[in-house]
Write a protein that binds this ligand. Structure first.
Ligand SMILES: *[C@@H]1O[C@H](CO)[C@@H](O)[C@H](O)[C@H]1NC(C)=O
Ligand SMILES: *[C@@H]1O[C@H](CO)[C@@H](O)[C@H](O)[C@H]1NC(C)=O
Ligand SMILES: *[C@@H]1O[C@H](CO)[C@@H](O)[C@H](O)[C@H]1NC(C)=O
Length: 468
């Protein structure tokens, strides 16, 4: 109350001065000085000040020749201080070092213009503008930061921010510095399993540190199954293990089928999992166990099925021999075949490729049936060598192999190409001398220097000497 009465008093004083009642007093003070220089003057200038919420700021106002004039701090119409009196009651406001206005614990609402005024006939103002900076805050939408999306759909991840100045938002994958986007929304189209993970939105406005929000994106998709081998070789009496690896977001169980019959564990058959690997182990394989197996998994988004064929027939042929023969007329063909049972018969088909720089035409297939005295390589494989004879030199041949055991023929192998040697040329290991295939390259025979050559050279020399 006292301060208010005081300020009222001061105003009365000001009004009186304005009306000239104090003129005599003022003149008497000023008589000995130049009028101009004795007028009160601001030493400080009006400025834009910035303060972060919670900080303390001092708005300066220094005046020379204040004399008996009264200095006011105003904010809009509200008078904050008059001379040394605090007019507005706010404990955060104090006067420091004369008439500087100190505001502590600044609030957003403190932003605005502050006027330091010298009362007089023509009041003089000095205006400071105070801007309040607010560090960024961030909030994910939804607050819990968990977003689920179906595979193939479009997803919007959102973060809301506040602060002064308005913060910028940037998006990242967690543990990655590569920016994915800017602004409150991050749009991901055609989301797949690879989009799942933690995303970060980063808000910064230069005031204090950047802040982060996190959103975990879950991508819902039908189960994904991979099979290590889609074709498994077996024989009666042996043990067989089939493996399907299941990747699924929702927990889904994997079910085994043989042809269309669902499989349950029996004394010979066990079904178990290790991590995401699912095993079907069959002991003492019998004739009825051969066939088409499948593993199937379901979740809310669909069903996935993968097949594994278990067969007694020989596995695919793998050629071991190099592409180049060291002989003019024969080739040592060596290959490997997976089979637990003995091989009964091998079919070998080969043909010459008519070929020069501009022309390529296959010849007719020659067929050889071999009843092999093959070498067993290990318990699961056979390795066989066969010398194909009566070939033409410097030619390209193609060969295919098919093998049979008691369960039947395997698939015909891929085509294997080889080259026979040319006269005077020996293929080195790893030599890819393509030019040697060309039919145009001919062997050159160099005759030794005979007495006939010698006489010819002697005659020419003699001829030259006589002429000279
Ligand atoms: C197994 O059966 C399925 C469905 O009939 C078929 O698509 C698949 O080709 C078969 N696999 C083999 C190796 O026979
Ligand atoms: C054919 O090649 C295989 C493998 O390099 C070798 O073991 C075999 O002895 C060769 N056969 C002949 C007749 O050179
Ligand atoms: C390539 O072979 C074809 C067919 O034998 C023949 O007509 C053609 O002239 C040959 N070209 C060259 C460059 O030897």
């Amino acid at each position: 109350m006292e301060t208010i009465w005081c300020s009222v008093l001061m105003f009365l004083l000001l009004i009186i001065r304005k009306n000239g009642l104090c003129q005599n007093f003022a003149e008497s003070v000023n008589t000995r000085y130049d009028v101009e220089s004795n007028e009160p003057q601001f030493i400080t200038k009006g400025h834009l000040y910035r303060a972060v919420v919670g900080d303390t700021i001092v708005l300066p106002c220094k005046v020379k020749n204040l004399g008996s004039y009264i200095l006011l701090w105003r904010r809009s119409a509200a008078v904050l201080t008059a001379a040394n009196f605090m007019v507005t009651r706010d404990v955060r406001l104090t006067m420091v070092d004369g008439f500087n206005l100190q505001i502590s614990s600044v609030k957003i609402s403190d932003a605005g213009d502050y006027v330091c005024q010298i009362g007089g006939q023509e009041p003089k103002d000095q205006i400071h503008t105070l801007e309040i900076l607010v560090p960024p805050t961030i909030r994910t939408i939804p607050d819990h930061g968990l977003v689920s999306a179906k595979q193939g759909s479009t997803v919007h991840l959102e973060c809301k921010t506040s602060g002064n100045p308005v913060p910028m938002i940037h998006w990242f994958r967690k543990h990655s510095s590569m920016p994915l986007g800017e602004g409150a929304l991050l749009t991901l189209e055609q989301v797949g399993r690879q989009h799942a993970g933690t995303y970060q939105c980063k808000a910064e406005n230069g005031v204090r540190d950047a802040v982060y929000g996190e959103i975990i994106l879950k991508v819902l998709s039908p189960p994904d199954i991979t099979v290590e081998k889609a074709w498994v070789h077996a024989a009666e009496g042996c043990d067989v293990e089939l493996i399907c690896t299941l990747h699924s977001d929702a927990n889904s169980d994997l079910i085994w089928y043989q042809n269309s019959f669902m499989l349950e564990p029996t004394d010979r058959r066990s079904i178990f999992t290790k991590g995401n690997k699912n095993f079907l182990r069959i002991q003492h394989f019998n004739k009825n166990d051969f066939g088409n197996y499948s593993c199937v998994a379901d979740n809310s988004l669909g069903r996935t099925k993968k097949y594994i064929e278990v067969s007694g027939r020989p596995g695919p042929t793998v050629f071991l021999s190099t592409q180049y023969s060291n002989h003019l007329d024969r080739y040592n063909l060596t290959f490997k075949i997976e089979s637990l049972s003995e091989l009964d018969e091998i079919k070998l088909l080969y043909r010459k490729l008519m070929m020069n720089e501009t022309y390529q035409k296959p010849g007719k297939w020659d067929e050889l049936i071999l009843y092999p005295s093959v070498l067993r390589y290990d318990s699961r494989h056979f390795v066989m060598s066969y010398i194909i004879r009566q070939l033409e030199h410097n030619s390209v041949y193609e060969v295919m192999v098919q093998a049979k055991n008691r369960y039947g023929w395997n698939e015909v192998s891929d085509i294997h190409q080889f080259h026979t040697r040319n006269y005077g040329y020996r293929f080195e290991d790893n030599d890819l001398g393509i030019s040697s295939i060309s039919l145009s390259s001919k062997a050159i025979n160099i005759e030794p220097l005979t007495s006939r050559h010698f006489l010819l050279i002697f005659g020419i020399l003699l001829h030259v000497i006589i002429k000279a």
